[in-house]
Design a protein around this ligand. Structure first.
Ligand code: PRX
Length: 653
C-alpha cells in the first residue's frame, strides 16, 4: 500500500446531538472533557480509575500496566475477579427482578429472564460443566443457536474459569472441526438445531460430522433441546442439557481468576488460510465491554438494548453476552432471520419490546432500506433513542435513511469502529457530546490512542491523506495473543514501525476536524456483510475440490453485502467451453459453503486456463480486482505469457 491513498468520499454534513438527548446522556460535555483530560495527563492512571470504578475485584490490583514484554502486555495483573460475578451476582442486591434478557424465537416465542433467574441458570449449568469434568483453563466450544442458553453457556464457562470459543452456527462442520482441534477443546455445547429463515439449522448434525472427522480432544457433547426434531445421540459422549443440569444446585461459587486469565478465544480470518484464535483476557476485556456500553451506547437503567449480532461474532460477545449484563442492562436476543415472516420483523421486535438502543450492521440497513419505508412506518419506533452501526463503513445514503426513517431525525447514530482483536469499540462518538458525520466513526474514545501514519510510522497531519490506522498505546481490552501461535500475534499485529504500534490492518484518513474515515483493508481480507473472510481461506476451500487446480479470489463492491466474492478458477483438465459451466459453478459454490459456511460462497466464478502471475510467481491480484470491478486495467500486463488469458479473465473468450 502506498501511504498516499486516494480518498474519494468527502462528506461534510454535521449532526450534533439534540438538546434533549444531550441533557439525559450519561456522559455530558463536562464529563467528556474530564475523561479526556485525565487520559491525556495520566494514561495508566485513567484506566486504573475506570477498572476500580466499573469492576468488582476479589483481590484489588496494585500494578496497572506491565509492558516489560511488549507487545505482550498485561493489565491489572495482580488483581483477581470473576467475569460472571461482575455480570450477575453483583446486581442481585438491587436488580434481582430486573429483566436481564428478553428473548424472542423466530417462531414468536418470548421469554423474559431476570437477573436472579439468569444467575441461577448460569450457576446450575456451571455445576453441570464441572460434573462433566470441565475445569479452569479447559477449552469449551459453543456452537449454538441465538437463544439465551448460548449466553448461559458462555457465562457458565466464565464462572468456572473455563475458556470458551463460540463458533458461529452458520459455519460448516469443517470450520467447526478446525476450531475444535486448534483449541484442543474438551467439550462441545450445541443444540439439536435452531430456527432460522423458516428452516432448521442442523447444528447437532454438523457437530457430529465435525467429530466424525476426528477431534481427539473432545470428551463430551452437551446438547440443548431447541427444535425437538429427531437427532441421534451417541452413548457415552452426548448428554442432553436438561439431563446435565438435573439435580445440580443453582448455587455455584465463582472461581476467582487472575485479571489476565483467558476469558475466551474467538476465531477470525486473516490473510492466510488458517483462522486465528484471538485470545482475550478477563479483566481488560470486561472493562472495555462495560465502559463502551456506558459511554458509546449510553446504556441506562430503563434502556432495552438490542444488538442484532449473533454471539458467534465479537459484537455478540461484547454487546449481547457480556457488556450489557456487566452494566446491569436489559439485552434483547432474537433467534432468527430479519425477513421472517416478512422484512418488518426487526421493527416489530423494536415496537413489541420497546427497544431503546438498536445496533446493527450496514449490510442489514442497506437490505432493509431497499425495501422502502412502508414496512418500518407500520411500526411504532418511538421507543428508540439511539442507533448504532458496526462492521464496515456505512455509506452516507444508508446513514441518512437510518437517521430519518428509523431514527426519525431524533436519534444519534454511533458508527463504531473496532475489531475482534480490540474487544470493544475504539473509535466511536460519545453520543451526547460528539457531533456525527455520515460515514465517519468520528474520534477515538477517551483512553484510546488511535492515529493514521505513513509508511515510516509518522503521524499524517495533512487532512484527508490516507495511511495506516494504528493504535499507539496498549489498551485493556486488546487481544493478548493468537492462541498457540505467539509468533503469528507479533507478525500480524506488530510487523511495522519497529513493533511500536498495533497495526489494525485498515487504511484510514483523518479530516480537518480530526474525524476518522475508514477506507478499507490493507491486506487480503474481504468484508462480506460485515464479516471478515480471508481470500486465502476461500481459495484453500476451492482448491480442496477435486476438479480445481488453482484459484484466486478478490472482492468487488456489492449494493447490500458491501463486498462480494469473485473467484477465478483453473480446473484440472480442460477449461469449460467458452468459460461457462453453470452446473460446476453451482457445485463449487455449494462446496465452499460446506467447507466454510454459506457467507463464503463466491458470487461469481470465472474459469481460465491460467492465473495471471508476475515473473516471481505472485498472482496479480490488482489486475483481478480491476476486472472483477469492471475497472480499467492499471497493472502492467506485459509479463503475462499469454494475452489470451486476459480475454478469458475478462469473460470475453
Ligand atoms: O475493516 C474494519 C471493519 O471490520 C474489521 C473488523 O472485523 P471483525 O473483527 O470481524 O469485527 C467486526 C465487528 C467489530 C475492521 O478491521 N469495520 C468494523 N467496524 C467498522 C469497520 N469499518 C468501517 N467502519 C466501522 N464502523
Amino acid at each position: 500500500m502506498s501511504s498516499n491513498i486516494d480518498s474519494v468520499l468527502i462528506e461534510d454534513r454535521l449532526f450534533p446531538p439534540t438538546e434533549e438527548f444531550a441533557a439525559k446522556a450519561r456522559i455530558k460535555q463536562a464529563d467528556f472533557d474530564a475523561l479526556h483530560k485525565r487520559a491525556d495527563e495520566d494514561y495508566t492512571g485513567f484506566w486504573a480509575d475506570q477498572a476500580r470504578d466499573m469492576l468488582d475485584w476479589h483481590k484489588p490490583f496494585s500494578e496497572v500496566l506491565d509492558d516489560s514484554r511488549a507487545p505482550h502486555f498485561k493489565w491489572f495483573a495482580d488483581g483477581q475477579l470473576n467475569v460472571s460475578y461482575n455480570c450477575l451476582d453483583r446486581h442481585l442486591a438491587d436488580r434481582a427482578d430486573k429483566t436481564a434478557i428478553i428473548f424472542e424465537g423466530e417462531q414468536g416465542d418470548v421469554r423474559k429472564i431476570s437477573y436472579q433467574q439468569l444467575t441461577d441458570e448460569v450457576s446450575q449449568f456451571a455445576n453441570a460443566l464441572k460434573a462433566q469434568g470441565i475445569e479452569s483453563g479447559d477449552r469449551v466450544i459453543i456452537y449454538m443457536p441465538m437463544t439465551p442458553e448460548a449466553v448461559i453457556a458462555m457465562q457458565a464457562c466464565a464462572r468456572i474459569g473455563a475458556i470458551h470459543s463460540v463458533v458461529f452456527g452458520g459455519f460448516s462442520a469443517e470450520s467447526l472441526r478446525d476450531r475444535i482441534n486448534d483449541a484442543a477443546a474438551k467439550m462441545v455445547i450445541t443444540a439439536d438445531g435452531g430456527h432460522r429463515g423458516g428452516k432448521i439449522v442442523e447444528l447437532k448434525a454438523a457437530s457430529d460430522k465435525a467429530l466424525d472427522h476426528g477431534c481427539p480432544s473432545i470428551e463430551s457433547v452437551i446438547v440443548y433441546q431447541r427444535t425437538k426434531h429427531d437427532i441421534p445421540m451417541q452413548d457415552g459422549r452426548d448428554i442432553w442439557w436438561h439431563d446435565a443440569i438435573k439435580g445440580q444446585s443453582t448455587q455455584c461459587d465463582p472461581v476467582w481468576v487472575d485479571a489476565e486469565h483467558p476469558l475466551f478465544l474467538l476465531y477470525t480470518s486473516g490473510s492466510t488460510g488458517k483462522p486465528k484464535g484471538i485470545q482475550h483476557s478477563s479483566a481488560g476485556y470486561l472493562l472495555g465491554a462495560i465502559v463502551t456500553n456506558k459511554w458509546v451506547f449510553d446504556l441506562q437503567d430503563d434502556d432495552v438494548f438490542w444488538c442484532t449480532a449473533d454471539v458467534g461474532w465479537i459484537t455478540g460477545h461484547t454487546y449481547v453476552a457480556y457488556g450489557p449484563l456487566a452494566a446491569g442492562g436489559t439485552a434483547v436476543i432474537y433467534e432468527g432471520a430479519p425477513t421472517v415472516p416478512d422484512a418488518g420483523r426487526f421493527w416489530k421486535i423494536c415496537e413489541d419490546h420497546k427497544v431503546s438502543i438498536f445496533y446493527t450492521a450496514p449490510t442489514a440497513i442497506r437490505a432493509l432500506m431497499k425495501l422502502g419505508d412502508d414496512l418500518p412506518n407500520q411500526y411504532d419506533l418511538s421507543s428508540i433513542r439511539l442507533l448504532g452501526t458496526v462492521g464496515e463503513p456505512i455509506n452516507p445514503e444508508a446513514w441518512i435513511w437510518y437517521h430519518k426513517t428509523i431514527g426519525k431525525e431524533r436519534c444519534p447514530i454511533v458508527d463504531t469502529w473496532w475489531q475482534t482483536e480490540t474487544g470493544a469499540n475504539m473509535i466511536a462518538p460519545i453520543p451526547g457530546v460528539v457531533a456525527t458525520k455520515p460515514g465517519s466513526c468520528t474520534i477515538p474514545l477517551p483512553g484510546i490512542a488511535a492515529d493514521v501514519v505513513d509508511e515510516d510510522g509518522n503521524s499524517i497531519t495533512e487532512a484527508n491523506k490516507g495511511g495506516y490506522l494504528v493504535i499507539t498505546k496498549p489498551f485493556p481490552s486488546m487481544l493478548r495473543t493468537v492462541w498457540g501461535d505467539e509468533q503469528r500475534y507479533v507478525d500480524t499485529y506488530w510487523p511495522k514501525f519497529g513493533g511500536k504500534y498495533y497495526l489494525a490492518g485498515d487504511s484510514a484518513r483523518k479530516d480537518k476536524d480530526g474525524y476518522f474515515w475508514i477506507m478499507g483493508r490493507i491486506d487480503d481480507v474481504l468484508n462480506v456483510s460485515g464479516h471478515r473472510l480471508g481470500t486465502m481461506e476461500v481459495e484453500s476451500a476451492l482448491v480442496a475440490h477435486e476438479r480445481v487446480a488453482e484459484a484466486a479470489v478478490v472482492g468487488y463492491p456489492h449494493d447490500v453485502k458491501g463486498e462480494a466474492i469473485f473467484a477465478y478458477v483453473v480446473l484440472k483438465g480442460k477449461r469449460p467451453e467458452g468459460g461457462v459451466d453453470e452446473a460446476l459453478t453451482q457445485e463449487l459454490r455449494n462446496w465452499v459453503g460446506e467447507q466454510i459456511g454459506p457467507i463464503a460462497k463466491p458470487d461469481q466464478i470465472r474459469y481460465s486456463d491460467n492465473l495471471p502471475k508476475t515473473r516471481s510467481g505472485k498472482i496479480m491480484r490488482r489486475l483481478l480486482r480491476n476486472i472483477a470491478r469492471g475497472e480499467e486495467i492499471t497493472s502492467d500486463t506485459s509479463t503475462l505469457e499469454n494475452e489470451d488469458i486476459l480475454l478469458q479473465l475478462q469473460g470475453k473468450a
